[in-house]
Design a protein around this ligand. Structure first.
Ligand SMILES: C[S@@+](CC[C@H](N)C(=O)[O-])C[C@H]1O[C@@H](n2cnc3c(N)ncnc32)[C@H](O)[C@@H]1O
Length: 350
C-alpha cells in the first residue's frame, strides 16, 4: 500500500504556498542549468507531435511549479527560435501531477493568468504509470523524489534489527535502518524511472531537483539529518513529559530518503532507456539554508511534514512540536551549514 502525505494546502500561514521559499530558491538557482540542458541536449527537431507536452511530478500547490513551468516553456521556445523553427513553434500543454490528496483546488485557483500553456491535472502517484506511452517531451520534478512510497516494512516489526527505537528517521540510527530505507528508495526509483522511460518520447528529457548529499557524507552531518534528529528529540522530550507515549515515537518513521549522486547514478544506469546528461549539486554558495532563520526553518518543515505527523500522533501535538523544533534549531543553527544539498539531474530518453 502506497502512502501519501500532501503538503499543507490552502494559503494560510502554515501552507506550503506561503512556506516554500527554500524550494523556490533552488528552482531559481537551477534556472540557467535547465536552460543549458534544453539548449544543448534537447533535440526538438526529432519531435514530430504538436503540442509540446511537459509534466511536473509532485507539483504541490504552487507557486513554485508555475515558476518552473514558465522557465521551461521559455527555454523550449528559445530553442525552437535558435534552430530556425519559428514557424513550427508548438503549443504547450502542462500536466500538473501530485497525489490525489494534494490541494489541486488551490493549485488551479492560482494558475497564472498570463501563462503560455494549457493546464491539466494528473492525480496519482509517480511511483507508477501516469501517462500513455511515448506521450511526454519533458518531465520535471523538484523536491519530491525523496518521499518514499511507504515506510520500509522492517521498521514496523518490533523484532527486526531495523526497529528504530527512539528515532524517527535513519539519521544517527543503526545500519539496518539505513539499509531498509536505501532498499525502499531503490525499489521506488526503479519503478519511477521505468515508468518515465515508457512515457517519454525518444529524445525526451527529465530534469530532477532532489534533496541529496555528496557521496560518503553521513546524513547526520547534513541540514536534513540535523533537522530530523531535532524533530525526533522534540518528540522524545514530549514523550518524557507524558504528552505522547514512547511507543508512539518508536513506531513512527519519516518516509524520506536523502540520496547520493553515486546511488542515483547506479539506479539510472540500471535503466536501459535513460542516460545521464548532467548530475551535479546546485551551487552550494547560494547558501540555501542560510536564507532562512530558525522559525522560518520550522515553518518550512511544518508545511511539508505536518500531515505525516498529524496522521500518526494526532493534530493536537503539532503546534507544540514545531514550537519546540524552532527553539532547538535556533540552538543548533551552527550545524546547519550547507554542504551541497540539492542534486540537479538531467536524463535523456535514448
Ligand atoms: C516538497 S513538495 C514539492 C513541490 C514542488 N515541486 C516544489 O518544488 O516546490 C513535494 C510534493 O511531492 C508530492 N509527492 C510525494 N510523493 C509523490 C508521489 N509518489 N506521487 C506524486 N506526488 C508525490 C507531495 O504530495 C508534495 O506535493
Amino acid at each position: 500500500m502506497q502512502q501519501s502525505f500532501p503538503m499543507n494546502g490552502g494559503d494560510g500561514p502554515h501552507s506550503y504556498l506561503k512556506n516554500s521559499h527554500f524550494q523556490r530558491q533552488a528552482i531559481n538557482v537551477s534556472r540557467t542549468m535547465i536552460e543549458e540542458a534544453i539548449a544543448k541536449k534537447l533535440d526538438v527537431k526529432c519531435f514530430s507531435s504538436n503540442p509540446f507536452r511537459l509534466a511536473d511530478l509532485g507539483c504541490s500547490v504552487g507557486p513554485n511549479t508555475f515558476i518552473a513551468m514558465q522557465h521551461i516553456v521559455e527555454a523550449v521556445e528559445r530553442k525552437y527560435l535558435a534552430q530556425g523553427l519559428k514557424s513550427e513553434m508548438p503549443e504547450f500543454q502542462v500536466f500538473f501531477n501530485d497525489h490525489v490528496a494534494n490541494d489541486f483546488n488551490t493549485l488551479f485557483a492560482s494558475l497564472p493568468t498570463q501563462r503560455r500553456y494549457f493546464a491539466c491535472g494528473v492525480p496519482g502517484s509517480f511511483h507508477g504509470r501516469l501517462f500513455p506511452e511515448s506521450s511526454i517531451h519533458f518531465m520535471f520534478s523538484s523536491h519530491a523524489l525523496h518521499w518514499l512510497s511507504k515506510v520500509p516494512a522492517e521498521l514496523l516489526d518490533k523484532n527486526s534489527p531495523a526497529w528504530n527505537r527512539g528515532r524517527i528517521h535513519y539519521t544517527s540510527g543503526p545500519e539496518e535502518v539505513s539499509h531498509a530505507y536505501a532498499a525502499q528508495f531503490e525499489h521506488d526509483m526503479e519503478i519511477f524511472l521505468s515508468a518515465r522511460a515508457k512515457e517519454l518520447v525518444v529524445g525526451g528529457m527529465i530534469v530532477l531537483l532532489i534533496p541529496a548529499l555528496p557521496n560518503g557524507i553521513p546524513t547526520s552531518q547534513s541540514p536534513f539529518g540535523v533537522m530530523f534528529d531535532l524533530l525526533g528529540a522534540s518528540l522524545m522530550d514530549m514523550a518524557k513529559e507524558g504528552l505522547i507515549s514512547e511507543a508512539e515515537v518508536d513506531s513512527f518513521n519519516l518516509p524520506i530518503h536523502v540520496a547520493s549522486p553515486e546511488q542515483m547514478t547506479e539506479l539510472v544506469e540500471r535503466n536501459e532507456c535513460l542516460i545521464i546528461e548532467r548530475m551535479e549539486f546546485v551551487d552550494p554558495r547560494s547558501n540555501l539554508f542560510g536564507l532562512i532563520n530558525g522559525k522560518e526553518c520550522a515553518m518550512f518543515l511544518r508545511a511539508g511534514l505536518e500531515g505525516v505527523f498529524a496522521q500518526h500522533f494526532g493534530s493536537g501535538i503539532i503546534d507544540q512540536l514545531f514550537d519546540r523544533l524552532s527553539k532547538k534549531i535556533m540552538e543548533s543553527s551552527h550545524q546547519l551549514e550547507p554542504v551541497g544539498t540539492i542534486l540537479f539531474v538531467v536524463l535523456r530518453r535514448k
